[in-house]
Write a protein of this length. Structure first.
Length: 350
């Protein structure tokens, strides 16, 4: 596990963190070869970290009857360690942590013992709990592993959380970063205001999870009185695909924020293209029902996955979603990293 100063340094630098999908075969069993190949793809794309066991990895892997959480965490951790050794690099390993407190403690301990640096903490198991109970849960899990807070949109299983919750969450010593992903401007500002008001904006890194508003999140200075906050990077399901292009995008945004010349209209045009592509991949027309399958379909087209199968045989693309993916595939070739994948795929699959 990286020490706290190393974790903070990487987070503050601002990096691309893809939400790692799950590779399964036609029998809907873990495809370890392609699972490892995906991790190699992300590492070689230039990411600064990888999140495993999160929504994009399919939350079903957290169910004891499925039994996939530990092997999936271990495969990614092993591949990241190989990359770090070969490249003398440091990548953050982030594990999704789910369930009620007893389960979440076990998952946090597993993640920590497997070499993960941070726990991305889902609160989906507490749909009716008071915010005081949620904070007690977060405090307890933070005793086991540093926390990457997570504001998950309700359509993906999250719940609305108040400004007060986030303000008190920021007071937890274990909090190192927050993924803000409510897909809602008002709720995004609630978290930003809470971090600004906590006095810990220099300690808590802000990462966009708003796949519908990636560029605007990353490029905007958010001013609250004399305090200005900015998103450092992104932890995104959208960045599970076309990842080398995502790394290029974040580099260009960092350069622009540092003073490099660029046409703001071109930046906004690129932002709109990415949002349109995300709408098709995430199946916005059907309230994200085909989100996981959409990501799998893109990875299938690039050869990284054999098929778009999910653990649940009922989970697939929604009616009309395939045509939408066809449309954005043809409309935005500049977003894709087909050549990069084609040049390296055989090596990743070995």
């Amino acid at each position: 596990m990286a020490d706290s100063s190393s974790i903070h340094s990487i987070l503050a630098r601002g990096v691309v963190i893809p939400a790692h999908p799950l590779a399964v075969n036609a029998a809907r069993k873990l495809d370890e070869r392609r699972q490892a190949a995906l991790t190699r793809y992300y590492c070689d794309s230039g990411v600064g970290g990888i999140a495993v066991g999160v929504h994009t990895t399919q939350f079903q892997i957290h169910e004891p009857s499925v039994g996939l959480l530990e092997p999936v965490l271990r495969i990614a951790a092993a591949e990241i360690r190989k990359f770090e050794t070969n490249k003398s690099a440091r990548l953050l390993k982030i594990a999704g942590i789910c369930g009620l407190t007893e389960q979440a403690i076990k998952e946090a301990v597993l993640a920590r013992d497997t070499g993960y640096d941070l726990g991305l903490l889902s609160l989906s198991a507490f749909p009716q709990a008071t915010e005081e109970a949620l904070l007690a849960h977060c405090r307890r899990i933070g005793e086991e592993i540093p926390l990457f807070g997570f504001y998950l949109q309700p359509a993906a299983g999250g719940r609305i959380l108040s400004y007060r919750f986030w303000r008190e969450f920021c007071d937890l010593d274990a909090v190192a970063a927050i993924k803000i992903a409510p897909f809602n401007r008002y709720q995004t500002l609630d978290v930003l205001r809470a971090v600004a008001g906590s006095g810990r904006s220099g300690e808590i890194a802000l990462y966009s999870g708003n796949d519908d508003n990636i560029v605007a999140d990353l490029i905007t200075p958010f001013r609250f009185g004399e305090k200005t906050l900015e998103f450092a990077g992104g932890l995104l399901g959208q960045w599970a695909v076309w990842t080398s292009r995502a790394v290029e995008l974040l580099k260009s945004i960092h350069l622009y924020k540092a003073g490099a010349k660029a046409d703001p209209r071109e930046i906004l045009s690129g932002a709109a293209a990415l949002t349109d592509a995300n709408a098709a991949i995430f199946d916005v027309q059907n309230r994200f029902a085909g989100c996981i399958a959409g990501i799998q379909e893109v990875l299938r087209r690039e050869g990284l996955l054999e098929g778009r199968w999910c653990l649940d045989e009922k989970e697939d693309l929604s009616p009309g979603q395939l045509e939408e993916i066809d449309r954005i595939w043809a409309s935005y070739p500049q977003l894709r990293d087909d050549d990069f994948v084609r040049e390296n795929l055989d090596r990743w699959l070995k």
